[in-house]
Design a protein around this ligand. Structure first.
Ligand SMILES: [Ca+2]
Length: 387
């Protein structure tokens, strides 16, 4: 098992024990009424998780302009292509001899530039340090490799790792607080480090990249100008709403609260999501709430019926599952449930369970805005209407 202590060791071991017998992979929620049928509450949608591929520890997903190939990153270091329902046996990129493996390290994120001409991967090297690396991409081949940025890492956990391009064409990069527990160096609130942040850069506008001039901390003494948002512990997965541009960030909790932060698409950046003064909507270690702290739109308790790590998904903008339109999907790595909530102007509604994916590691969205779920056990699942 490549990832034997992922995110939170004790919780994972508990989960491993629970999952050790009678693994069925995925279970869709039972629903007595068809979607939207008489008496069906809003969001009471029957969803099927259809397995479309099996890979080695899949953790991240991307599509590329101009083709229907699904690209999935394996934590063990290979980027794989799924074409016409078949996994290409030849990896697109193979970093398996260069990545540190297991736990929260390895190949963690993948994104293509909006025009499809460049590939970006987020990964940790054999010393545990983070690289965001770029390749030119054409004809299914990656070439001209170069590091866009690197970050020394103080501990082996809390790497973040998500990569995604916003509607503004810039690359957003998630960094965890560097690890250990409780953010011992206070990196989350320290604007002098990339740790505990989401960065925003133009990877092609300079050497090795360009900082957009409208980034929120450009020109502030002592602040890293790449920072877009801060106060994050381990923003393992984030996504942009394809319609509104809202940024949804799943921040894995420390002791008590898992949380999801939502940044409006109209934001100019600079939000402080509170860590390590806040955990969810609560003080952490008696910390005072920073004046600018933004509370999450969604939180749930850690170690509650097996929960351990929030896995942030997407606002559903596809058409295959009509009752799901406009709802935000997320899950929990250990508990395995996948839930959806109504998105309201302020906050979200009550969650509805859609199904279960054991060791849920990530979600993905294709060109048609249909959604996928990945399991660290290997399954790649497409979400479909159950009837
Ligand atoms: Ca927070």
């Amino acid at each position: 098992m490549a990832a034997n202590r992922w995110m939170k060791s004790a919780a994972w071991l508990l989960a491993a024990g629970l999952f050790a017998t009678g693994c069925v992979g995925v279970r869709s929620a039972e629903r007595p009424e068809p979607p939207g049928g008489p008496g069906a509450p809003p969001g009471d949608v029957a969803v099927r998780f259809t397995e479309i591929a099996r890979l080695e520890s899949p953790v991240a997903f991307a599509v590329r302009k101009g083709e229907d190939t699904l690209y999935v990153a394996e934590q063990t270091g290979r980027l794989r292509a799924i074409r016409d329902g078949k996994v290409d046996p030849v990896p697109v990129v193979d970093l398996s001899r260069e990545v540190s493996d297991g736990n929260e390290q390895g190949l963690l994120g993948v994104a293509f530039s909006p025009d499809g001409s460049r590939l970006y991967l987020d990964w940790t090297d054999l010393d545990g340090h983070t690289h965001v690396t770029e390749w030119s991409f054409a004809g299914g081949k990656a070439s001209a490799r170069r590091d866009v940025l690197t970050q020394r890492q103080p501990y082996p956990n809390h790497k973040g790792g998500q990569l995604a391009f916003g509607k503004d064409g810039y690359l957003y990069i998630a960094f965890g607080d560097g690890g250990s527990g409780g953010d011992p160096h206070g990196y989350g609130q320290d604007l002098g480090t990339w740790l505990g942040k989401i960065l925003r850069i133009d990877p092609r506008g300079g050497t090795p990249y360009r900082v957009p001039e409208d980034n929120p901390f450009v020109g502030r003494a002592g602040a890293k100008p790449e920072i877009w948002a801060y106060g994050l512990r381990n923003p393992w997965r984030f996504s942009f709403d394809a319609e509104t541009g809202d940024l949804w960030i799943g921040d894995v909790g420390q002791n008590a609260w898992e949380e999801v932060d939502r940044q409006p698409g109209t934001s100019k950046g600079g939000e402080n999501y509170g860590w390590n003064k806040r955990e969810g909507r609560h003080p952490f270690n008696g910390g005072d709430k920073p004046a600018d702290a933004v509370d999450p739109v969604l939180e749930y308790q850690l170690n509650d019926n097996g929960t351990c790590s929030v896995i942030s998904g997407y606002v559903y903008r596809g058409t295959a599952i009509p009752g799901l339109g406009g709802r935000y999907l997320y899950g929990d790595f250990c508990a395995g449930w996948v839930r959806s909530v109504e998105v309201r102007p302020q906050g979200v509604g009550e969650p509805t369970e859609l199904g279960r994916v054991e060791q849920l590691s990530s979600f993905g969205e294709d060109h048609r805005r249909e959604l996928y779920a990945l399991s660290l056990q290997g399954g790649v699942y497409r979400l479909e209407a159950a009837r």
